[in-house]
Design a protein around this ligand. Structure first.
Ligand code: KG4
Ligand code: ZN
Length: 328
């Protein structure tokens, strides 16, 4: 079955065709991120207006690249939340219109769960249960995934999301937006052990907190005049190291508590190569199998929405035309 996935939860407009939940035939992502560089962050009202203008063309490109027509599609799968309200409504309205006019089933998909599913795109098996970690610009959460319709939240961030912390630290250091890739690039030239940054403790050991470390970076640079680029690289490397260590520590704790040896990680921050290396090193040491998405499926994309849509549809899930944004 061919599924058309639609994803408009944040600034991206994405459409994808996935066959039988795994084989990605097309995955078109139109991002307005470049536009926001001058503002240092997304402006929701502008994002949703741009999405209205592009969603038709993006969907047509997805069909064209997959060499399919609308009549070949068996299901419309769309992100229904969490995300930006206006942006979500663009995707949902578009998906509902297609579903109604073509008499196709419709399914609303949770954005975080689709990030977890992204690790299984273009792969063979889905081994359940596992611990799922989502590290994105809007969320940082640990889940117990018994199955994709039986997901239990174990912990999440109490303040900033992990990617948001990367973005804010980059802003504090005057490096630009989005911060994740810039910090990663700079961190390669720095000493990760130079400055002792750490993330705040949380009452629930599986929750996260990243706003303290962001403020620690701010105070650190306020206390001194940075002399050269090496110092900024040391700050970037030390910050990145502290964040990755806390992600690793809590994910392993979740695996231990749930007696699971499988860990699946998704979200934009998984673009980070140091994070991938560190998780792989530790997982091997602990005998845990860790799974990451291919790089093209880390940041927001519709392939993960189409993939999870197929999986849940096969389990009997379907939405009706009352589907609306769920900000969760
Ligand atoms: O999953 P995503 O595309 O959007 C949300 O659902 O939030 O994640 C975007 C986030 C941004 O905060 C961005 O800075 C971060 O992912 N990111 C990275 C890297 N590439 C993107 N963070 C760390 N290292 C990277 N290489
Ligand atoms: Zn996302």
């Amino acid at each position: 079955m061919y599924v058309l996935g639609i994803e408009t939860s944040c600034d991206e407009t994405s459409a994808s065709i996935v066959k039988d939940g795994r084989e990605v035939l097309s995955n078109i992502v139109s991002s307005s991120l470049g536009f926001y560089k001058r503002y240092g962050g997304i402006i929701p009202e502008i994002a949703s207006r741009m999405q209205i203008e592009t969603i038709n063309a993006v969907s047509e490109s997805a069909l064209k690249e997959a060499k399919l027509r609308l009549r070949d599609i068996g299901l419309i799968s769309v992100t229904c939340g969490p995300g930006l309200l206006g942006s979500l409504l663009v995707g949902i309205s578009f998906a509902k219109a297609l579903s109604l006019s073509l008499k196709l089933p419709l399914l609303g998909i949770n954005h975080l769960y689709s990030h977890i599913y992204s690790s299984f795109l273009n792969k063979k098996n889905i081994d359940l249960p596992f611990i799922g970690l989502v590290v994105s610009g809007g969320h940082t959460s640990l889940f117990y995934v018994k199955d994709f319709d039986k997901i239990k939240l174990l912990g999440s961030t109490l303040d900033d999301a992990c990617g948001e912390a990367f973005d804010k630290v980059a802003k504090i250091l005057g490096l630009g937006y989005p911060g994740g890739p810039i910090i990663e690039r700079l961190a390669k030239k720095g000493n990760p052990h130079k400055i002792k940054f750490s993330c705040s403790n949380t009452k629930n050991p599986l929750d996260f907190s990243f706003s303290g470390i962001k403020t620690a970076v701010l105070y650190y640079i306020q206390r001194r005049t940075l002399k050269d680029k090496n110092e900024v690289a040391d700050i970037a490397a030390s910050f990145q190291q502290a964040v990755i260590e806390v992600l690793v520590k809590k994910s392993l704790l979740a695996c231990r508590l749930k007696r699971l040896k499988r860990l699946v990680i998704g979200g934009g921050v998984v673009m980070n190569n140091r994070l991938r290396e560190r998780f792989s090193e530790i997982a091997e040491k602990e005998g845990i199998k860790v799974l990451f998405p291919d790089k093209e499926f880390c940041t927001d994309n519709a392939a993960m929405v189409a993939g999870l849509g197929y999986y849940l549809f096969k389990k009997g899930k379907v939405s009706d035309l009352y589907l609306t944004a769920d900000l969760g």
